[in-house]
Design a protein around this ligand. Structure first.
Ligand code: ADP
Length: 633
C-alpha cells in the first residue's frame, strides 16, 4: 500500500498567493522522493503541508491509509530536518538528540541505548558532550539528523538541509543521507533547488515550477524523456541545447530546418513516428533539443544517418578529461549568448579558435522536440496518435494493405489521404494481422509497437501481450480522423463534453414525520446549475466543494464541468437540447445535440430527434473552480 497519498492538493495563502496547484502523488513505503525546482515554486509549502505545519486549502492528504489533513503535526509520526538545524544552543549534542524522548518520559536505559545507536549510525559519538557552537556546520547537520531519526519516524522530511554547507561538505553529506536512507528504510521526502542533489539522491523526483508539478519520474527518465522544455533545461549540465526550427513531412522523409542556419537535414519518417503530426507541416515553429553529448565533432559518431550542421565557435572550456565547445549555428553570430541558435558541445581535447567554422553531427536518435509556445514535448514517450497514408473508396478506407469498413457516422471522407489512429483506438481481436515488435512499460502504461503491413504502429493496451506475439487487431472507428494536407475531413468523436455552471443554495420545504403527524420544515438545498437547468447536488460533491473552498467561496465561484458521452443520459427537467444528428458507429450510437451555443454528445440506444433534455451523471462529473483553476474532483 502507498504510505503517503496526495490527491488534488492546492494551497492558497491568506494573502491570495496560490503556492501549490493540483498536486497529486503516491509515495510508497521506503521511497526517497525529492521535490526540486527554482525558488518560490511551492516545494517547501508542499512539504510543510505533509508535516502539518501549513493548512491544506483543498485536496486530501492520506498517510498510512488515514485522511490526515486535520491531524496535529505531533501525531503524524513524521520528523523534519531544516536548513538552519534548529538545535538548542544551551544543550549538549546528547541532550539535543534525546530531548524528545526525555519529553515523552522514555526509560533512561532505553534513551541511552537509542542515543548510542543513532550516534553510531551518524558517526557523532566523539562529541556527544559538546555544545552545538563547538561543532562544524556538517557536524551540526548530523546532530539535527540524529534528533530526527531517534524517534523512529515513519516519514522523514528534509527542507534544503544542506544549503548552508560548502560544496565539499554538501557532497559528503549527500552521500551520508543516501546511506542513512538505505539503513533506515523509511520514506524520505527531500526538498532542494539543486538539480544535481535531486538527481544523485532521489529514487523519484518531482520537478515543480510556479506551484505546478511539471514531471514526476525517476532521475533517468527525467533526463531521457523530459515532458517539457522547462524540465529539459532544468535537469542536466551543461543545459540542453535548444534550437528553433521547423519539421516538414514529405512522404516517408522529414526535413529539419533551423532558424539562423540554412542546413536541411533529411531524416526517415520512422524517427518521428511518435511526433504529434500537426507539427510536421514545415511551418509551425518548434524547438529542437539536443544535449551537449548528442552533438559530436566526430562526423562518423552517429553512422546510421547523416545529420550535419555548421557551427561558428565562440570559445572553449578545458575541463581536463573533456572540452566544452561554445558556439552558434548562426554563422553571423558574434559571441555566445542565449539566442535560440547557440550550442554547447562536449568534445575531447580539440583545439579550436574563436570564430572558426566547424561541422558537427547531430544524434537524431536522442532528439527532443517542443512546441515553441506551450513548450510541451511534441515527441512524447507515449504517443497519442499514429499517422498512415490511406486511400478512400466510398465507405472503405485502405491503409497498409488493409481494408477498414467505415460506419455510417463517418461522412465527408472523400479526398482524404491520411488516417490518424489514436494509440488507444487499437484493440486486440479483429481481422487485421499484426506482430508485436516491442513492448515498453512506462509508469502505469504499457506501450506496444506493432507491425502492420511492414509499418510500425504504437498501441496503448491493458492486455498481457509480449514481444514476438502474432496477433489480430481492430480499430475503434469512432476514434479515428481523416486528413489531407493538414486539413481534417472527418473528426473523431469527442471523449468529453465540457460546460460551465454554478453551485447554488436554495430554500426548500421538506415533509417530516413527528409523533405520527406530517409537518413541513424549511430546509436548505445545494444545487448545481448549468444554464437554465438545476440539479440536486449529490452530498459527496457538496462536501468536496465546501471543503475545498468554504461555503461562501463555493457559492460565489463559477465552474468548468466535464462529463463523458457515456455519463450523460436523456432525462426530465434537465438541460434543454436539440438533436442535430445520430452518429451510428455500428456497435454504438451517439446523439449529437445542441445545448445553447454548445455541442454535446450522448450515448444512446434509441434513435432520437428534435427536442430532448440531457442529464449528466453528477457523481461522475469532473469539476474545476475557474478563477483559481482549482480541481475539486
Ligand atoms: P519554494 O520552497 O519552492 O522556494 P515556497 O513553497 O516557499 O517555495 O513558496 C511558494 C510560493 O508561496 C512563493 O510565491 C512564496 O512567496 C509564497 N509563500 C510562501 N509562504 C507564504 C506565506 N506564509 N504567505 C504568503 N505567501 C507565501
Amino acid at each position: 500500500m502507498s504510505d503517503l497519498v496526495m490527491k488534488n492538493i492546492n494551497k492558497v495563502y491568506p494573502n491570495g498567493v496560490k503556492a501549490v496547484s493540483d498536486f497529486n502523488m503516491s509515495v510508497n513505503d521506503g521511497e526517497f522522493v525529492v521535490f526540486v525546482g527554482p525558488s518560490g515554486c511551492g516545494k517547501s509549502t508542499t512539504l510543510r503541508m505533509i508535516a502539518g505545519l501549513e493548512e491544506i486549502t483543498s485536496g486530501e492528504l492520506i498517510i498510512g491509509g488515514v485522511l490526515s489533513n486535520d491531524i496535529e503535526p505531533k501525531d503524524r509520526d513524521i520528523a523534519m530536518v531544516f536548513q538552519n538545524y534548529a538545535l538548542y544552543p544551551h544543550m549538549t549534542v546528547e541532550e539535543n538528540i534525546n530531548f524528545n524522548l526525555r519529553l515523552h518520559k522514555v526509560d533512561k536505559e532505553e534513551i541511552k541505548r537509542r542515543v548510542d545507536e543513532v550516534a553510531d549510525i551518524l558517526d557523532i559519538k566523539a562529541y556527544l558532550k559538546r555544545k552545538p557552537q563547538q561543532l562544524s556546520g556538517g557536524q551540526r547537520q548530523r546532530v539535527a539528523l540524529g534528533r530526527a531519526i531517534i524517534r523512529n519516524p515513519k516519514l522523514m522530511l528534509f527542507d534544503e538541509p544542506l544549503s548552508n554547507l560548502d560544496a565539499q561538505l554538501r557532497t559528503e553529506m549527500r552521500a551520508n543521507i543516501a546511506k542513512l536512507h538505505q539503513k533506515l528504510k523509511v520514506t524520505f521526502i527531500y526538498v532542494t533547488h539543486d538539480q544535481v542533489e535531486a538527481m544523485t539522491m532521489g529514487t523519484r523526483i518531482v520537478v515543480m515550477k510556479d506551484g505546478f508539478v511539471q514531471q514526476l519520474d525517476t532521475p533517468k527518465n527525467l533526463y531521457n524523456y523530459p515532458i517539457n522544455k522547462f524540465v529539459a533545461g532544468f535537469i542536466g549540465t551543461p543545459k540542453m541545447n535548444f534550437l528553433e526550427g521547423t519539421l516538414k513531412k514529405d512522404g516517408e522523409t522529414v526535413e529539419i530546418r533551423f532558424v539562423g542556419n540554412d542546413a536541411v537535414i533529411k531524416a526517415p519518417y520512422s524517427y518521428f513516428y511518435k511526433t504529434d503530426p500537426k507539427y510536421l507541416d514545415g511551418k509551425t515553429p518548434i524547438v529542437i533539443g539536443l544535449r551537449s553529448e548528442d552533438i559530436s565533432l566526430n562526423l562518423d559518431a552517429y553512422k546510421d544517418i547523416e545529420a550535419n550542421i555548421k557551427i561558428k565557435v565562440s570559445h572553449t572550456e578545458l575541463l581536463g578529461n573533456e572540452t566544452l565547445v561554445y558556439g552558434d549555428i548562426n554563422l553571423e553570430s558574434d559571441g555566445f549568448k542565449d539566442s535560440g541558435t547557440n550550442v554547447i558541445i562536449k568534445g575531447k581535447d580539440e583545439e579550436l579558435s574563436e570564430g572558426e567554422i566547424i561541422t558537427v553531427a547531430l544524434n537524431l536518435n536522442r532528439i527532443h522536440l517542443f512546441d515553441k509556445d506551450t513548450e510541451q514535448t511534441i515527441l512524447p514517450r507515449v504517443p497519442e496518435c499514429n499517422v498512415v497514408k490511406c486511400e478512400i473508396e466510398g465507405q472503405t478506407v485502405r491503409f497498409l494493405g488493409q481494408t477498414l469498413r467505415l460506419p455510417p457516422a463517418i461522412k465527408g471522407q472523400a479526398g482524404a489521404d491520411e488516417l490518424h489512429i489514436p494509440t488507444d483506438a487499437i484493440k486486440f481481436g479483429g481481422d487485421i494481422p499484426a506482430k508485436i515488435v516491442d513492448r515498453e512499460q512506462i509508469g502505469e502504461t504499457c506501450l506496444l509497437a506493432i507491425e502492420v503491413g511492414g509499418r510500425r504502429l504504437f498501441a496503448v493496451v491493458d492486455t498481457p501481450l509480449s514481444k514476438g506475439d502474432d496477433v489480430c487487431i481492430s480499430i475503434d472507428t469512432k476514434r479515428i480522423s481523416l486528413w489531407k494536407d493538414g486539413t481534417e475531413f472527418v473528426s473523431s468523436l469527442p471523449l468529453v463534453n465540457g460546460f460551465t455552471g454554478t453551485f447554488d443554495r436554495i430554500q426548500g420545504i421538506a415533509e417530516v414525520e413527528k409523533n405520527g403527524k406530517i409537518k413541513h420544515k424549511k430546509i436548505q438545498k445545494f444545487m448545481l446549475s448549468f444554464g437554465d437547468a438545476q440539479f440536486d447536488c449529490p452530498e459527496s460533491v457538496t462536501q468536496k466543494l465546501i471543503d475545498a473552498l468554504t461555503t461562501k467561496k463555493a457559492l460565489r465561484s463559477s465552474y468548468s464541468f466535464e462529463c463523458s458521452p457515456y455519463d450523460m443520459a436523456i432525462g426530465k427537467s434537465a438541460m434543454k437540447a436539440t438533436v442535430l444528428e445520430i452518429l451510428d458507429y455500428g456497435t454504438e450510437r451517439f446523439a449529437k445535440c445542441k445545448v445553447g451555443e454548445q455541442v454535446m454528445y450522448v450515448k444512446t440506444d434509441t434513435v432520437l430527434s428534435g427536442a430532448v433534455e440531457l442529464y449528466p451523471d453528477l457523481s461522475k462529473l469532473s469539476i474545476v473552480q475557474k478563477d483559481m483553476n482549482i480541481r475539486i474532483i
